[in-house]
Design a protein around this ligand. Structure first.
Ligand code: GAR
Length: 187
């Protein structure tokens, strides 16, 4: 059995899809949901699937070694960032080499980097007048959105699309393909 920990800061619709998909799996278990935000709806979603949760304190980055130790003790094999809005400290990255993945709601390397998250991304895609967007699932390194790409999927955008409708198209791809990328990484 491979244990995954999902890190999320907000709603957690992706986290829920992952918990739902693996709930009866004999190979993969969502062993933990981690959040930096005590009001994040993802914590409610975790309760629904009886997945234990961990709330990160404000200064958690200065305590990253202990957090890594704690995750190791819980037998975590893979960390999945699903709408986690903070940079991962290098201690955690070196404790889990190639075992931290992130989903980004655009076709990296476009529209990545600090400040590029959620609706900011879809608004930028709309103002650039792009004819396509999509999702990128990638390994996490010390820089925002720059690790090796594991999987990308595209959707087309028409002139009538709004940032909100682009978000819906992108979210549909996320909900379908994130679990597939997780399975691929776990082998
Ligand atoms: C997702 O669209 C994810 O790609 C994005 O946050 C959303 C979280 O939605 N992540 C980023 O923008 C990271 N830079 P969810 O909470 O409903 O899963």
């Amino acid at each position: 059995m491979k244990n995954i920990a999902i890190f999320a800061s907000g709603s957690g619709s992706n986290a829920e899809k992952i918990m739902e998909y693996f709930q009866n799996s004999q190979q993969v278990k969502v062993a933990l949901v981690v959040s930096n935000n005590q009001n994040a709806f993802v914590l409610e979603r975790a309760k629904k699937y009886r997945v234990p949760t961990m709330l990160l304190p404000k200064n958690w980055k200065s305590d990253a070694e202990n957090i890594s130790k704690n995750l190791k003790e819980k037998g975590i094999d893979l960390i999945v960032l699903a709408g986690f809005m903070q940079l991962i400290p290098s201690e955690l990255i070196s404790a889990f080499p190639n075992k931290i993945i992130n989903i980004h709601p655009a076709l990296l390397p476009k529209y990545g980097g600090k400040g590029m998250y959620g609706m900011h991304v879809h608004r930028a895609v709309k103002s650039a007048g792009d004819s396509e967007s999509g999702i990128s699932i990638h390994f996490v390194n010390e820089k925002y959105d720059e690790g090796e790409i594991i999987l990308q999927k595209k959707c087309s955008i028409s002139d009538e699309d709004t940032p909100e409708s682009i978000q819906q198209k992108v979210q549909k791809l996320e909900h379908e393909y994130f679990v597939k990328a997780i399975e691929k990484v776990l082998g």
